[in-house]
Design a protein around this ligand. Structure first.
Ligand code: FAD
Ligand code: NAD
Length: 488
């Protein structure tokens, strides 16, 4: 908040009196001291000297990129942070472009790309992978529909890998193939209806996007390509895309935690895979603020079917409200019918990590329980090899235990599932376990069902909790591959 105030004070934070300049590498390198520090992020150069004392990670972290390109470092630590908005007043200018001689084919490919889109298109712009793996697309039409077909050239595609949005005549389809992302980004030439169907032919890796024409007239072309259209690049290089979702319900989970239900736009197709999170974005006192949250199922009952909220899909988020929390307290002020921006899902957890498991141990603290919810639902209904699922759930008090009733019901319902609640600030009446995470608590409860069982231990909670958990588990003999920590 102090930083926001400073940026709004009208002070000259760049020292350039509002001028924007072209910065050469040599010039950038000169500004590498704490009292004169410039950093380049995605081609833009910022004077971060005034930001030093506000940076949550401290001066030392910022100085790692002093006088240099900090893009990779920034992406590794907090790529969701909206630095463009936060550092707007610190913008010095752009990096000066180095002249590059384009080979002949690429110059012609660029002009090809500028043409209208009709029929088979040029091969994707491929970065960092072999051309033969890159998806391609085509389209065809009937009197009343237009179908865009993406040939992913990958087996085992599923609908979780396709994220589709249609807004203001722009069609944006992102197809996730492992660490890569293929993007369709087109300004459609004619209007279509909001209800767009997506079909995935899993075995042949074909994705069909079926658009219903608003006027049943023949289309001469599909549309105009927009930024990064038909590109196949590293997923982390594809910027986060946000769509506006409507808050349709808000229910109490505990005294300070609520279950928010957001309705996705009708034309949006996305599902959040197990173990992944999204970013929520809102404007707080005039600045964009972004925080990660892990969507949950609406219930722990494995046979419970998600209600289909109206015509669209819903996203459930279990969020703790901190009275002094910048983002969560603002979220709590949202009224039913208000809108909030939701990003594409992200996260490193892979379902294949649990597909042949025999033991799954879950270590959760406070809202660190959220990634365990979908995971529990998924393994208990899909993983046949599973013998045991054990949850150690650390909280301050009994009142803080999220979905305690549902967890206790699940223990009765599924013999494979056990849970232990451990309280760090219990009342005198509490008969259960007390304390914080420790080696002895872990070794007492987490026992393999057989000596060499295939086990995965998932950890989520406050950062010190996760770090201690990892350390204790390693000391207890679990190897790196057997531990997954949920972090951003
Ligand atoms: P902040 O303004 O950041 O502060 C939060 C509270 O902590 C305040 O009371 C503040 O005083 C205190 N605080 C802040 N910094 C410190 C500090 N360094 N030391 C001690 N106290 C401090 N949260 C959920 O509720 N549900 C989720 O599903 C969820 N999923 C997440 C997924 C990921 C991948 C990650 C990384 C985090 C997730 N979180 C989740 C946490 C969430 O992103 C926010 O951090 C949380 O909502 C607090 O944000 P805030 O802006 O309200 O609070
Ligand atoms: P909390 O403050 O209510 O604490 C819950 C329990 O965590 C405590 O009872 C204690 O046992 C343990 N704990 C807290 N601080 C500890 C410390 N310093 N050392 C050891 N143990 C400690 O927790 P909360 O307010 O619900 O916070 C939950 C945390 O989980 C947040 O930091 C949030 O960012 C994180 N989270 C992360 C993800 C993710 O996917 N990475 C998802 C959800 C929540």
């Amino acid at each position: 908040m102090d930083w926001i105030r400073l940026t709004k004070s009208g002070k000259d934070l760049t020292g350039l009196k509002g001028r924007l300049i072209e910065v050469t590498e040599e010039e950038l390198a000169k500004h590498n001291k704490t009292d004169d520090c410039w950093i380049c992020i995605r081609g833009l150069v910022y004077n971060v000297t005034p930001y030093m004392e506000y940076h949550p990670g401290g001066e030392g972290e910022l100085m790692k990129a002093a006088g240099a390109d900090g893009t990779d470092l920034f992406d590794q630590v907090h790529r969701w942070v909206n630095y463009e908005s936060m550092l707007k007043e610190c913008l010095v200018g752009r990096m000066a472009l180095k002249p590059i001689a384009l080979p002949k084919e690429s110059t012609s490919a660029l002009s090809e790309e500028k043409k209208c889109l009709n029929g088979m298109l040029p091969e994707s712009k491929i970065v960092g992978t072999s051309k033969s793996f890159a998806p391609s697309y085509d389209w065809f039409q009937t009197d009343c529909s237009v179908t865009v077909v993406v040939y992913t050239k990958q087996k085992g595609m599923n609908s979780e890998m396709v994220i589709l949005d249609y807004e203001d005549s722009r069609l944006r389809g992102e197809i996730i193939i492992r660490d890569y992302s293929y993007l369709l980004n087109i300004e459609l030439s004619n209007a279509v209806q909001e209800d767009i169907a997506v079909h995935v032919a899993e075995k042949v890796g074909k994705v069909e996007i079926v658009l219903k024409k608003k006027d049943n007239i023949p289309w001469k072309k599909l549309g105009q390509p927009l930024e990064s259209h038909n590109s196949f690049i590293k997923r982390t290089d594809q910027g986060l895309y946000y769509r506006k979702c409507k808050l349709i319900s808000k229910t109490e989970v505990t005294h300070d935690t609520r279950l928010f239900c957001l309705l996705l736009p009708q034309s949006t197709h996305f599902q959040v895979p197990v173990g992944q999170h999204v970013y929520l974005k809102q404007i707080v006192t005039g600045k964009e603020v972004v925080k990660p949250y892990t969507p949950v199922s609406c219930s722990l009952q494995t046979h419970f079917k998600e209600p289909s909220c109206h015509d669209g899909a819903c996203l459930f988020l279990m969020i703790k409200i901190y009275p002094s929390g910048l983002f969560s307290s603002e979220l709590d002020r949202l009224q039913i019918g208000d809108y909030i921006y939701v990003s594409n899902p992200e996260g490193s957890f892979q379902k294949c990590q649990v597909q042949t498991l025999e033991d799954l141990f879950l270590l959760a603290a406070g809202t660190g329980f959220t990634p365990m919810i979908k995971l529990l639902n998924y393994v208990l209904t899909n993983v046949n090899s599973l013998w045991t699922v054990k949850l150690m759930f650390f909280n301050k008090t009994e009142d803080d235990i999220l979905w305690r009733d549902q967890l206790e019901q699940l223990i009765l319902q599924d013999k494979r599932f056990e849970a232990q609640f451990i309280l760090s600030e219990p009342s005198k009446e509490w008969n259960g376990k007390r304390g914080k995470i420790s080696s002895s608590l872990l070794s007492e409860f987490f026992k393999r069902s057989k000596q060499d069982s295939k086990v995965l231990i998932c950890i989520c909670g406050p950062a010190p909790f996760t770090e201690q958990g990892e350390r204790f588990l390693k000391d207890l003999g679990y190897c790196k591959e057997e531990i997954h920590s949920f972090t951003a």
